[in-house]
Write a protein that binds this ligand. Structure first.
Ligand code: FAD
Length: 475
């Protein structure tokens, strides 16, 4: 779904000078070649245009940018690692991009309080490593963790592969620092678990996709570092069998079951075909796979995993399984999973969905959606994979082999419509973890409670009366 490239709208040179004075000449980017990486995203689904990218280094600089922008009615698009999947970080209409990547300091790790305070531009993997250095765990984990940022993670309320045990990004944030559209700094940085002092403003900005303000820092929750991590790659016949295995795993492993990913055969095939150094961990092919991980504070994870797999085999639920024997095997299992998004690109056009349904409804959802999509576009190839433990699937659909990508992608909303009808009928959500951005903006008012939409619009108008904060996204 390529959004047409708008021309770069001019920006008053005097205003550019004022912005430049805030961040310094080197960090006010106007050269279109240098701007290119900020206006395109990896999958080429969205391409924007911007006359100016600002790269502030401090909260004070972000505040000055917002103040100046509000005085002149200049629209801003906050951006972190530019890994978002719904076009939220792209300046579709010539907005000024505010890249937070230079705000990459970890202000404090407070191990006794189990907190870490990071600036918004800290890369997720760096945050994970700093927590590990302090013998703690920061559990947010996703395929883009080498480039996505804490600010982006919170703004999209990212989920990822460990949400089953630790929750989504929202549940990992204790405090926030936010610059409002008018340049005021809202300091909600707090390490407190208990703080009942009125409305929960922090949660307004988490998941707001940059439409209400710019997150400049966050105080994050840390957890005990697991002593044992055990990972298995399992072959089985159907999503229904995977659901039965999940049930056994949840009983046996309780809170130590950290990931339970369902992978279709076609998704695994694409990863092996297009990824580098990716091998099938199992000898034979299977219709479905589960990537399961246990993380325990004790040394009992291997026994628990073997018990789960033993029960799975005894009950005829699983057909084969491999347990990672060492760290490099564990990383190889995860690489196969993490390459899944990128591996769809060489297969031509891919229509994306990031849906959730009640966990028990996942097998029925897949069966119904597969039938509906193939009926709509004969030869279309559903590529379902995702976080079964959270009821969250990336139900992507690749074009028919040998078909025309543009013709296929032109049917994006038609395919969405048949998939979303099933999702909504099953009590699910059309956006589980990637957000709304521009990709699902037009569908949102149709599927969300009308009063909720009205309140969202009122909140937006109150916090951003001029509409300069990431306009055209979410609402
Ligand atoms: P960006 O892409 O730069 O921005 C995303 C949104 O947040 C935009 O609307 C932007 O305006 C806003 N924003 C960014 N920074 C700020 C800020 N400081 N203040 C206010 N607004 C801001 N997501 C998941 O949830 N789970 C997954 O498992 C997952 N896997 C992924 C795997 C791959 C290979 C890729 C490419 C992406 C994946 N994603 C996943 C999506 C993406 O990585 C997440 O949405 C991530 O949280 C975005 O972070 P970012 O720093 O790249 O944000």
């Amino acid at each position: 779904m390529n959004i047409a490239k708008p021309a770069v709208p001019p920006l008053d040179p005097q205003l550019i000078e004022k912005f430049r004075a805030i961040v310094g000449a080197k960090y006010a980017v106007t050269d279109q070649t240098d701007i290119e990486p900020y206006v395109t995203e990896e999958r080429d689904l969205f391409h924007g245009r911007s006359p100016l990218v600002l790269r502030p280094a401090s909260t004070a600089e972000v505040a000055a940018i917002c103040k100046l922008a509000s005085e002149h009615g200049i629209a801003l698009v906050p951006q972190g690692g530019n890994t978002g999947l719904v076009g939220g970080q792209t300046p579709h209409n010539g907005e000024v991009v505010v890249s937070l990547r230079r705000m990459d300091k970890i202000r404090e790790v407070d191990a006794p309080s189990n907190t870490m305070t990071c600036e918004a531009g800290v890369v997720l993997q760096v945050a994970q490593q700093r927590a590990a250095d302090a013998d703690r765990l920061f559990p947010l984990s996703l395929g883009a963790e080498g480039s996505c940022t804490i600010g982006g993670n919170l703004s999209t309320n990212a989920g990822g592969t460990a949400a089953l045990a630790y929750g989504v990004a929202r549940e990992m944030a204790l405090g926030l620092e936010v610059v409002l559209a008018d340049g005021r700094v809202l300091n909600l940085l707090s390490k407190l678990k208990k703080d009942n002092t009125g409305y929960d403003l922090r949660n307004l900005f988490i998941g707001a996709e940059g439409t209400l303000g710019i997150i400049t820092a966050a105080t994050l929750k840390l957890f005990p570092k697991p002593r044992a991590i055990e990972t298995a790659f399992v072959g089985l016949a159907s999503p229904a069998q995977a659901l039965k295995l999940l049930s056994i795993a949840q009983v046996e492993a309780a809170g130590t079951l950290t990931s339970f990913e369902l992978l279709s055969e076609v998704a695994v095939d694409f990863s092996i075909r297009h990824g580098i150094d990716i091998r099938d961990p199992l000898e034979a092919k299977h219709r479905w796979y589960v990537l399961m991980e246990l993380s325990s504070p004790r040394d009992d994870a291997r026994d628990t995993l073997e018990t789960i797999l033993g029960k799975g085999l005894d009950h005829g639920i699983i057909d084969d399984a491999a347990i990672a024997a060492n760290l490099s095997q564990r990383q190889a299992f995860w690489k196969l999973r993490d390459e899944m998004s990128a591996a769809q690109k060489p297969e031509g056009g891919s229509i994306k969905h990031d849906i959730s349904v009640p966990v028990a409804a996942v097998p029925d959802f897949i069966a119904e959606a597969d039938a509906a999509v193939v009926k709509l576009i004969p030869g279309a190839r559903p590529v379902p994979f995702g976080h079964l433990g959270d009821g969250n699937l990336h139900y992507n659909v690749s074009q028919p082999v040998g078909g025309n990508a543009a013709d296929f992608l032109a049917r994006w909303h038609e395919v969405n419509a048949v998939v979303f009808e099933i999702v909504l009928r099953m009590g699910g959500s059309i956006s589980a973890e990637h957000g709304i951005g521009v990709l699902k903006r037009d569908e949102l008012p149709e599927v969300k409670d009308k009063v909720a939409i009205a309140l969202m619009r009122q909140i937006k108008a109150m916090l951003d009366p001029l509409g300069i904060m990431n306009p055209g996204k979410v609402l």
